[in-house]
Write a protein that binds this ligand. Structure first.
Ligand SMILES: [Zn+2]
Length: 419
């Protein structure tokens, strides 16, 4: 047997077979386990790298597929081979996890992005490019764009919102995201250069003029799922923009109303009407079940973010803690449009311009004073109750009540059966 005889055409045939059978059947058929860390990234999908190489071997004339014990899957063998053939292999220690939801998979990828750091801060090239693509997907705009358009749009954004000292070079994030399996490039010849250096990289993009954008599965997820968008925005903001004023960037990419969770901003409660999946009505699943599941999903996103943040928080005290859009959405969903203060004397009967109840989401304890950005520590209040809580004589008493309310309502929604 000779692994080195395998070319990209056998690998592609193995990938096609994987797609056809699905991961589980493919692995069972060729007797491989799930990859423990190395995944082959191809056109936005991920494949167990060793199983692909073993199967590809069977496509060589007169050869049969190799099984797991026939060769090593590590960097020196299967992974090295795939990389030499120009494929992207990502190192993903969590990849053997059972049946990940596409959204969690995407979030894991975002958490694993490799970005440059300058004076302790991560570079913003890749997060800015991803937020731009997220905004485009949200609006249903074309996934793949000619290089000229991508370059222009990203250059403008990087000029306005990049870190000081970062050059507005769209080829950096596009190349880096491509090598992380999060950006596809079409219509080019030869491998895509790594996101280093200067003239060679620039020249490659100028000469090839690739058509590019996020991979189709990523685009589809961001297009159809508001929940996924909020999760992605949350993940990017909390990882890369901590302490920065990200509002103008979100405005520019068309994600402001979806992401910003400002206690004082009642108008941005709007985008929530679409949140409980119209599809549920078709399947006959009771509304309350769908809503409870949605609540739980948002809480999971919030908790995922909290765990990502742990340990990071100590690096830099932030005067502008980033709040979770998911936490805010969960609280509004839970409130069912009513002020959560049990002693509320009357919520305004009016609604916002888009028909949403007039409610403000409040952190019962200030984040700056150690409060949690989590639905169990947040309430939806009408403007009257919010004012009492902020500057009323009885505010301390109310705060204690609201902490109990937040905890109880959260517990009830997290566990609707009460068991
Ligand atoms: Zn009230």
């Amino acid at each position: 047997m000779a692994l080195t005889d395998i070319t990209s055409s056998e690998v592609i045939r193995a990938i096609e077979e994987f797609d056809l059978l699905g991961r589980e059947r493919f692995l069972r058929m060729y007797e491989f386990g799930r990859a423990r860390r190395y995944l082959l990234a191809h056109e936005g999908r991920f494949y167990d790298s060793k199983a692909i190489v073993g199967t590809a071997h069977g496509y060589l004339p007169g050869q049969s597929p190799l099984t797991a014990k026939d060769f090593s899957g590590g960097e020196r063998h299967a992974v090295g081979l795939l990389r030499r053939l120009g494929f992207t292999v990502v190192d993903d220690p969590g990849s053997s996890r059972a049946q990940q939801a596409p959204q969690d998979h995407l979030l894991d990828r975002l958490a694993g992005l490799k970005v440059n750091r300058a004076s302790g801060r991560p570079a913003l090239y890749q997060p800015i490019a991803l937020l731009w693509a997220t905004g485009r997907a949200r609006r249903g705009e074309r996934r793949l764009l000619p290089w000229g358009e991508t370059e222009q749009a990203l250059r403008d954004l990087l000029e306005r919102h990049g870190m000081r000292g970062e050059r507005p070079r769209p080829d950096y994030p596009v190349s880096a995201l491509h090598h992380a399996g999060l950006w596809v490039l079409h219509d080019h010849s030869g491998p895509v250069p790594k996101a280093h250096g200067d003239a060679a990289l620039r020249r490659w993009f100028a000469e090839n003029q690739p058509l590019s954008g996020v991979p189709e599965p990523v685009y589809d997820l961001l297009r159809r799922s508001g929940e996924a968008r909020v999760a992605v925005i949350d993940a990017l903001l909390c990882t890369y923009f901590n302490g920065l004023d990200y509002g103008p960037l979100l405005m520019d990419v068309g994600l402001y109303d979806e992401a910003v969770a400002d206690d004082a901003d009642a108008d941005s409660t709007d985008a929530d009407a679409d949140s409980t999946d119209g599809g549920a009505r078709d399947t006959g699943v009771p509304h309350a079940v769908v809503v409870a599941a949605q609540y739980e999903r948002w809480c999971r996103i919030v908790e995922h973010r909290e765990s990502e943040n742990r340990g990071r928080r100590t690096t830099r005290a932030s005067t502008n803690p980033i709040r979770s859009g998911s936490a805010r959405r969960a609280v509004l969903l839970r409130s069912e449009g009513r002020c959560e203060n049990p002693r509320c004397t009357g919520q305004p009967a009016d609604v916002t311009a888009s028909g949403a109840p007039i409610l403000e989401v409040d952190h019962v304890m200030d984040l700056a004073q150690g409060g949690r950005d989590h639905p169990s520590h947040m309430v939806a209040l009408c403007p009257n109750c919010h004012a009492i809580k902020t500057r009323g004589r009885t505010r301390e008493e109310l705060r204690a009540t609201l902490l109990d309310v937040a905890r109880e309502n959260h517990a009830r929604w997290s566990n609707p059966q009460g068991g």
